[in-house]
Design a binder for this molecule. Structure first.
Ligand code: AMP
Length: 361
């Protein structure tokens, strides 16, 4: 039997691939990333330049590793066939298409915002009857961080919204009057063993995640964690899912309403690096390599995203409870360039940095 380290190939080489590579080291696992020259994961892992639209090139990359995984669901379905891929192509396909995703939630008995497909301007009339107003038009594909989304407050907004999304196949969704946004992360291995992290409360601005808190600050809703786990278990089982899955929910009163799922490690779980016994990255690798999963026992944490620019190291270094993650990306408006993690009892530090990052990002 060969004693060489198991090799995981990641399609994509951004910060999620970078943190997967960091988690791989203590497991004795090798992570190799497929991406473009200069992508940030290349700082910590071998980076192979691969055109992720080129089926032959992706297959050639996959031939050099034991298993393949992804760091973004927005990857062409036509390169995924025939790869030793975890999670599987069906799970990725559903998560990358909002209409299929919403229908799948319903098949699993999980509530969503009211929605209707929009393929042409004339579809709005019937759609408004389902969604009511206000509503949000979202492109079915390639939407992330609030991109490809337009809010409508009156029927007269339809034409402008439709032109703003360039007439791309879309869905219209009713706006959910949520009290908070939460996400549940789970990891499932090839034996079907599953672990869940505590529910995370998320705060977005301009469609981009800014802050994640664990445990949730939301008003106590009895049985919420168990209900979320039941929902996510249904998704995992029906998809025969292997790896880490993130599901984002709106909490409206006591109702838990699914918004979307990400078939990968997720920004709202970055606090698990310092705050959980086993991080989401480690459990993703364990799951796809058929290792026993690690404990998700967690302590209260806060995670703040650095959007656009990273605060200089000399400003963060005197905060002894702060863990700084600089992805090494070029500054750019709206771009996730790093994050800061704190134990929740560092209340003054969290508030200081929340304001500081809000001013600068
Ligand atoms: P998404 O790209 O679907 O995750 O949307 C980005 C953010 O927009 C969400 O995290 C919410 O803050 C907001 N949002 C999206 N869809 C809805 C909805 N149906 N009702 C209310 N807010 C929404």
């Amino acid at each position: 039997m060969s004693s060489r380290a198991q090799r995981v190939g990641v399609l994509g080489a951004g910060q999620l691939a970078l943190m997967l590579a960091q988690a791989a080291q203590p497991l004795g696992v090798e992570v190799i990333c497929a991406g473009a020259a200069g992508d940030c994961a290349g700082r910590v892992a071998p980076l192979v330049e691969v055109d992720l639209e080129d089926r032959v090139a992706v297959q050639a990359f996959a031939d050099t590793v034991d298993v393949v995984t992804i760091e973004s669901e927005n990857i062409s379905a036509n390169v995924l066939g025939g790869l030793p891929l975890f999670p599987n192509a069906r799970a990725i396909g559903i998560a990358q298409e909002r209409l299929a995703e919403k229908r799948f939630f319903h098949e699993c008995g999980i509530d969503t915002a009211p929605f209707a497909p929009i393929d042409k301007l004339e579809d709005f009339t019937a759609a408004f009857a389902i969604t009511g107003l206000p509503a949000i038009l979202k492109t079915r594909r390639l939407g992330y961080d609030g991109k490809g989304q337009v809010r409508l407050t009156s029927v007269a907004d339809a034409e402008a919204a439709w032109s703003e999304v360039g007439g791309a196949p879309s869905i219209l969704e009713g706006v959910v009057p949520f009290t908070s946004e939460v996400s549940l992360l789970a990891s499932r291995n090839r034996h079907g063993d599953t672990v869940y992290y505590p529910l995370i409360q998320n705060f977005h601005r301009d469609g981009i995640l800014r802050t994640s808190l664990v445990p949730c600050n939301a008003p106590e809703v009895p049985g919420l964690q168990a209900r979320a786990e039941t929902y996510v278990a249904r998704l995992l089982e029906r998809l025969d899912y292997i790896g880490t899955l993130a599901v984002e929910f709106f909490l409206a009163g006591h109702r838990l309403i699914a918004n979307e799922m990400a078939p990968r490690v997720h920004n709202s779980g970055h606090w698990t690096i310092e705050g959980a016994q086993t991080s989401q990255f480690s459990n993703h690798l364990r799951a796809i390599l058929d290792m026993p999963l690690g404990s998700t026992a967690s302590r209260p944490m806060a995670m703040l995203n650095c959007i656009g620019t990273m605060p200089p190291a000399h400003e963060t270094e005197s905060f002894r409870q702060l863990s700084r993650h600089d992805y090494g990306k070029q500054p750019r408006a709206g771009r996730k360039v790093g994050h800061l993690t704190f134990p929740r009892d560092a209340v003054a530090d969290i508030e200081f940095w929340r304001h500081r990052l809000e001013e600068s990002c």
